[in-house]
Design a binder for this molecule. Structure first.
Ligand SMILES: [Ca+2]
Ligand SMILES: [Ca+2]
Length: 232
């Protein structure tokens, strides 16, 4: 059982844009996803960003968006990233998506004028994702996992009842694959010729298959349908 983590060195803003974080703050080498558990973004008073533990407490900058204009409001209360987002959405627009270096400078200037060291901004890292893109609320991590800042692939530990661990993706281990069962059906079709088309012409037969496929899709037949001719 494997799945991959989105992200690596980038976080997603509360808007849909993906941006690269500035690196090299006083803590060094951010984002570092310390202990594999830093999914929420904050800003230091030097304007650089840091991925941080979402349940940690930080003061907050909210954004107020009026048309093309955005202003930033400092909230002098410490709270988790999720509470900060709810607060901003209730009282202002949202946690700020920093769209330009000018906006970054505005927030930095506000923090410096108020002597605030770190605030939450609207950055967050997407959570673990299945390779087929499906989403479930089911998680089966072993205690203390996931715990790796660079462990972006998951394995099932069979000696632990199949519970999950995150591993470095370059590590070699046995794996499972899965197949989706394919059902085949043969349908006899009687073609009645009403025009001069040549029913032995491969292009004509191909075109007919496409029309049949479209008809099945129009009638909401599910699945990946592949049609082919079989001579009798
Ligand atoms: Ca960090
Ligand atoms: Ca691990």
């Amino acid at each position: 059982m494997t799945c991959t983590a989105e992200g690596g060195p980038s976080l997603t803003q509360t808007s849909t844009k993906t941006v690269k974080l500035s690196s090299g703050t006083g803590g060094g080498g951010e984002p570092n996803n310390f202990l594999g558990s830093e999914r929420c973004g904050g800003m230091w008073d030097n304007g650089l960003w840091n991925d941080n533990y979402c349940e940690g407490s930080n003061k907050v900058i909210c954004s107020d968006v009026q048309g093309q204009n955005v202003s930033f409001i400092f909230i002098n209360q410490s709270m988790t990233w999720t509470k900060a987002q709810s607060f901003c959405r209730e009282h202002h627009t949202d946690l700020p998506s920093v769209r330009t270096s000018t906006e970054n400078e505005q927030i930095k200037g506000l923090m410096q004028s108020l002597d605030v060291v770190q605030v939450w901004i609207g950055l967050y890292r997407l959570s673990w994702t299945w390779v087929d893109g499906s989403h479930f609320n089911f998680y089966y991590w072993k205690t203390s996992q996931p715990n790796g800042s660079e462990e972006n692939c998951a394995a099932a530990a069979l000696e632990e009842g199949g519970k999950w661990e995150d591993w470095h993706c370059s590590f070699k281990m046995p794996f499972f694959c899965y197949d989706v069962p394919v059902s085949k059906q043969v349908v006899k079709v009687k073609l009645v010729k009403t025009s001069s088309v040549d029913l032995n012409d491969p292009a004509v037969l191909e075109d007919l298959l496409k029309q049949f496929e479209q008809k099945l899709k129009d009638n909401s037949v599910d699945g990946d349908i592949k049609l082919s001719w079989r001579d009798q």
